[in-house]
Design a protein around this ligand. Structure first.
Ligand code: BTN
Length: 329
């Protein structure tokens, strides 16, 4: 293991302070080598406190330690050599796209501790405070037609919803197209981007943001005022914090399983599960699209991921993108 990661593991697992003496003994290195690694880790953004009498303490609550994470992720799709960790990214989607353009293989993964320009759908910003959420994106090269892209994104929303529900015991729902809601508020979102070549997908970037341990808004931290009515986190809903690394590993493995199954047997079982989690068929909704707002009743989620709506004039309309702005019971 990388000595800096090893040092982080020691500090993370310590119940309180760790003296330089203890660390140098446990890691078989001199105290000055320990100090040099601490300096470097601080430069990388880790919040390590030091006290002349007590030693060192990791002030970040829930750190994801790269080598520990890689070792724990037993995947054929997301392989260690293609997994990158960033303390800070502008946007992991932008990073992953850059990697894809440079020829990165399917499964190349970018995980950031924070993003300063996290992107949401339709040009929105994604709130990405350090250490409190999961922000990651990966490259897919599915070799499918561009029309399949929406269905692949549905797989991701089913995986995220299922794993979050399993880990938290909370009532998780999907809001078309790919918002993950808990008790009616948004806890996670997916941003998929594709590059196409003639009639096939060249690469696809799937980015997921999850509000894991974001506290309720206050002046100092938590959601900014404009998000407080619509956004939530697992911490707020469950009343307890969740370690991020195992949550992320489970979501990646669940996605891999569904992706492989869909390639082999088609998307029908994932679509079925999506419909159950979305509970939208038969509901009256208003949908906001680039072309305006349309009201109607949801007739079906089509096999290509399109939402089929019967508008007030009785005509059927299909939507592959948009926002449900109002749901009427
Ligand atoms: C949405 O619901 O509007 C989509 C939000 C997607 C946010 C994630 S965070 C990781 C990845 N990088 C980004 O810039 N966006 C996605």
């Amino acid at each position: 293991m990388d000595p800096r990661d090893e040092l982080l593991v020691e500090l993370k697992n310590a119940t309180g302070w760790k003296s330089g003496e203890q660390l140098s003994r446990q890691m078989s290195m001199t105290r000055s080598a320990v100090w040099k690694h601490i300096v470097k880790l601080r430069e990388d953004g880790y919040n390590i406190e030091s006290s002349p009498k007590k030693g060192y303490r990791l002030a970040d609550g829930d750190v994801i330690i790269p080598s520990e994470f890689r070792r724990g992720l037993r995947s054929d799709l997301f392989i260690p050599s293609e997994t990158r960790f960033l303390r800070q990214a502008s946007s992991t989607n932008a990073e992953a796209r850059r990697l894809a353009e440079d020829g990165a293989p399917e499964g190349a993964l970018v995980i950031a501790e924070s993003q300063d320009s996290g992107k949401g759908r339709r040009g929105r910003h994604w709130f990405s405070p350090p250490g409190l959420g999961l922000y990651f994106s990966f490259v897919l090269r599915p070799g499918m037609a561009p029309a399949e892209a929406a269905r692949i994104t549905l797989l991701m929303s089913v995986s995220a919803a299922e794993v979050i529900a399993d880990k938290t015991g909370l009532p998780v729902r999907i809001k078309w197209p790919n918002d993950i809601l808990i008790n009616g508020k948004k806890a996670a979102g997916i941003l998929a981007e594709i590059s196409t070549e003639l009639d096939s997908i060249n690469y696809m970037i799937i980015g997921l943001g999850i509000n894991v341990n974001v506290p309720r808004g206050s002046a100092a931290c938590g959601f900014p005022p404009e998000l407080r009515k619509t956004a939530t986190s697992l911490l707020i809903e469950a009343g307890r914090a969740f370690p991020r690394a195992p949550l992320l590993q489970c979501i990646l493995l669940d996605f891999e399983r569904r992706y492989n199954a869909a390639r082999q047997d088609g998307f029908s079982s994932a679509l079925r599960r999506w419909r159950e989690l979305a509970e939208i068929i038969g509901k009256k909704i208003k949908i906001e699209t680039a072309g305006g707002t349309i009201a109607g009743t949801v007739v079906e989620l089509d096999t290509d991921g399109a939402l089929v709506l019967r508008n007030t004039a009785g005509a059927l309309r299909r939507f592959l993108s948009g926002d449900i702005v109002q749901e009427m019971r």
